[in-house]
Structure formats: structure tokens, C-alpha cells
Design a protein around this ligand. Sequence first.
Ligand code: ZN
Length: 196
Amino acid sequence: MKSKYTRKNIITLPDKRLREKSARVHVITDETLRLIDNMLAATLDWENSRPHEIAVALAAVQIGAMERVVIIREDFNDKSNQNFTVLINPEIVKKEGKIVTEQEGCLSVKDVYGLVPRHEKVRVRAIDINGREVLIKSPNPFVARILQHEIDHCNGKCFIDHITHDHTAFSILTGDGDLVPIKYEKVVGMGILKDD
Ligand SMILES: [Zn+2]
């Protein structure tokens, strides 16, 4: 049966579940597969509503399922390629290289973008949809960033939690698709920061 999930099923800050740890998946069941279908449906519906953005990944917590499951797009430059890689129980086994700071956004943090420092290389262990262990070496800093962002979600951490004390790191997406800086106080006013 086709998933009925839409972007309305995506939870956003300040929903408290986004700051909670998800549980490991012990057995991949039909319910797990349904969860993945729901994640895909919600992600693609979100993307269809956002002309200036591409949905690169989603963690299960973002549709309110507290399980360690993430989906990551196969091709970030081609919106017509709607294939995603599924990672179950993903964990970072090694962080390498320099720490680089780049703009990051999130389907659960509406319109707000921020500069987040991340390692430029990671190695991740996970299981795939068939229950087989996979070891992933990030092919570039962008994918390394996505992996760190999604694994953070499994641990109850949002990207803005990395930058709560940097007062010049935040931007907002305008209706025309431009990112313009916003004042830290404005982000505080949204009630989405962890410390407030
Ligand atoms: Zn996110």
C-alpha cells in the first residue's frame, strides 16, 4: 500500500522529540519497511513544496518515529533522481580531516540556516535494508556533513545545537530563495534554541 505521509507529518522545532535519542532497530520488520516508505513519501512531498531547496536526507525522528533509521539521497544535484540510500543504526566510527564550517539547513528547522563546523571526512557503520552491515567512507565533505547531521538526529541533536553561541551564524531563506543573515535575537524569539 502506498504511503499517505506528506510534509505535514514532518515535525519541526520546538517539538521536544527532536531533542530525544532514538532507539536501535533490532530486527527489520514490515513495520520498518513501512516506516522507510513513510519517510520517503514525506521527504519528497516536502521537496515538491519547496522550489528553492532539495531534500537531501531525513531521519525517522523527523516524522516522529523514535528509531535509528536515516535515508540519504543518492544524487544531490538531480531532483529527478528520487533514489535514497537507507541506513539503519548508523554510527560514526571515525572522524577525520579538517573541521570545515558550511551553511546547513534541516526539514525540521523551517527556513533557518546556520553555519555549522563539521569534520570533512567520516567513516560510518550501519546496516542496510537487508540487514547486512555496511561501512561507508564519505566520498566528499558534503556527504560527510550530511552523515554527521543525520546521525546527530538519531542522538537527539539538531544542527542549530552546534551554533547556539555563535551570534552571526544564522540566516533565513526568503521567498525568492536567497539566504539573508538574521539576528541571533530573532532566532531566540522563535523558541527553537536548546538553551531557552
Ligand atoms: Zn535535519
